[in-house]
Design a protein around this ligand. Structure first.
Ligand SMILES: Cc1ncc(COP(=O)(O)O)c(C=O)c1O
Length: 403
């Protein structure tokens, strides 16, 4: 007789569903489908030789430390480096305000652990990052979505919604926003809205969780100060990561926030993994010490800018006039909206038959809408595959258009 594990799963484990994206990626990796689906960085952007050199030096001079346990807050030298590197945007932060995490995904998980009880409300953008929604959901968070336009989350609707929730006696714990080149929409929140969201957070006494992985991947236009840097009363917690600007394989990211909340997050992290791998932190720090990370990012920006241009030009050329899409100034993603009668989930298998993949938009929408939308990423495929993929996808969509 074998055990029926279903009967033993916690409420949390039962609530978690396999990510559609990960399942799709598994199929795609085995075939010759052009993938516009995953958000993986282009390996050509990884400074492989420099990281190899840094790793060799760490093993040669510091192996006892590199192979040992370390502090939960993270390597002090790396935290200091990040603070200095980001000083322009985060003048107020010092060592008590920063901790290292194993990817920003861990930051999302820890924030949920620290702030959410079942039934608590999290305000999210419509659409928003799927793995964040899953993290909030797994701790019993209930998502309320706020629509976006080309300037980011709509502040009028946010305020209205918070008023409504307050009247209903609902507890809102935080507003989750991806302020730059949003995943999946590619939209950036304007400066006036960043200032406004702070006023609103203060008025309703809720935290803002600013997730900022694409911040430095700006292709054009002026950088906008982060919400974290504009705020000054501890309302904002900010997540940054090396994943998109160095490489995701090291699994290194950081959280910036008030000392009190960092202390709580550190306690939670101890129960999760004791510490982020010190070996990787030392390698990253050695890399940053010996190389100019901004220069590497600048050459990565050129690679991604070109790919973005190829995608936007191809969309103009091959997509029907009934489709519309966002025009990101940075990051990895373009978000497409098709006529309401086209269901991108149903269209997916037809696209795979034509050897092109995308991510259908509905799972990104906390309100169950978005069936006629899709996310396209230009980060990973080669330029010629981006054009070819958009051409194939354009043909699939055109067959669905009603005259
Ligand atoms: C908005 C957003 N947040 C967090 C993450 C997770 O990043 P990390 O690799 O640092 O865990 C991603 C990765 O795609 C992302 O797009």
């Amino acid at each position: 007789m074998s055990i029926n594990s279903e009967e033993f799963y916690s409420v949390l484990a039962s609530r978690m569903k396999a990510s559609a994206i990960r399942e799709i990626l598994k199929i795609i990796q085995r075939s010759n489908v052009i993938s516009l689906a995953g958000g993986m960085p282009d390996p050509a952007t990884f400074p492989t030789e420099e990281l190899n050199e840094a790793a060799k030096q760490i093993f040669a001079k510091d192996s006892a430390r590199a192979l040992q346990y370390s502090s939960t807050e993270g390597l002090q030298e790396l935290r200091e480096f990040i603070l200095n590197w980001l000083a322009e945007d985060n003048k107020k932060a010092d060592l008590d305000n920063i901790m290292i995490t194993s990817g920003s995904q861990q930051g999302l998980d820890l924030m949920s652990k620290v702030l959410l009880d079942p039934g608590d409300i999290v305000i999210v953008e419509l659409p928003s990052y799927l793995a964040a929604l899953n993290a909030f959901r797994s701790y019993g968070g209930e998502m309320v979505g706020i629509p976006m336009d080309d300037k980011g989350m709509r502040m009028d609707i946010l305020e209205e919604t918070l008023n409504q929730l307050k009247t209903e006696g609902k507890k809102v714990k935080f507003i989750y926003t991806i302020s730059n080149f949003q995943n999946p929409a590619g939209v950036t929140m304007s400066l006036p809205r960043r200032k406004r969201i702070l006023e609103i957070a203060r008025k309703f006494e809720v935290f803002i969780l600013e997730d900022n992985p694409y911040d430095k991947l700006r292709f054009e236009g002026e950088p906008i100060p982060s919400i974290y840097s504009l705020g000054n009363e501890g309302y904002v917690i900010s997540l940054g990561t090396f994943s998109k600007i160095l490489c995701p394989g090291l699994r290194l990211a950081w959280i910036l926030g008030d000392k009190e909340i960092i202390e709580k997050l550190v306690i939670m992290k101890q129960a999760t993994d004791l510490c982020t791998t010190i070996l990787n932190q030392l390698i990253a720090y050695e890399y940053c010490r010996q190389n100019d990370i901004d220069k590497n990012i600048e050459s990565n920006v050129q690679i991604y800018r070109k790919k973005r241009d190829v995608m936007l030009e191809s969309l103009d050329k091959y997509f029907p006039s009934e489709a519309s899409w966002t025009k990101p100034e940075g990051g990895f993603f373009v978000f497409v909206t098709l006529p309401e009668y086209i269901n991108t989930d149903e269209m997916f298998l037809e696209a795979i038959e034509e050897k092109v993949a995308y991510v259908s938009g509905a799972p990104f929408f906390a309100n169950g809408k978005g069936q006629n939308t899709m996310r396209l990423s230009f980060c990973y495929p080669k330029e010629k595959d981006i054009e070819e993929g958009i051409k194939k996808l354009g043909q699939v969509i055109k067959k669905k258009i009603k005259n």
